[in-house]
Design a protein around this ligand. Structure first.
Ligand SMILES: [Zn+2]
Length: 138
């Protein structure tokens, strides 16, 4: 029986779901998982050390290395082939404090106990980001 994979922790999901290529002739989309996005963000953008990132994402060092290598291969492919990039899926668990406004398409953090979108100030059309990503994966 295959070992059950532990969920990888993602603190903050990306603001955008991806990018559209300016190459009008491409139909190709590279799919980056949320855990791959998180690994690239923490290692290459935040310049964190692999040990720290592995701890934050609740994975072993070798697992983090695999996630990171896969992410870099996908990003290199997308850059060279000028494809679209979509961030979705992956075996992840998003920090509970994040919400998503479906009107403005932004993520925001629960601030003082009242859940409202910081852009449109609405309190409806909002969902927990963790729940939303769980649904995307089904
Ligand atoms: Zn909003």
């Amino acid at each position: 029986m295959p070992r059950r994979q532990r969920k990888r922790k993602v603190f903050l999901p990306p603001y955008q779901r991806g990018w559209n290529s300016n190459n009008a002739s491409t139909q190709e989309t590279i799919y980056l998982n949320y855990d791959e996005y998180e690994a690239i963000k923490l290692l290459d953008y935040e310049n964190m050390k692999q040990e720290e990132v592995a701890k934050l994402m609740d994975v072993s060092r070798p697992t983090l290395t695999r996630i990171y290598e896969s992410a870099r291969r996908k990003m290199a492919n997308a850059l060279v082939k000028n494809t679209h990039i979509e961030i979705s899926g992956g075996n992840v668990e998003v920090h509970e404090s994040w919400y998503y406004c479906h009107s403005c398409h932004v993520n925001f953090n629960l601030y003082d106990g009242t859940v409202f979108c910081p852009l449109c100030k609405k309190t409806d059309n909002i969902s927990k980001r963790a729940e939303q990503i769980k649904n995307e994966n089904q």
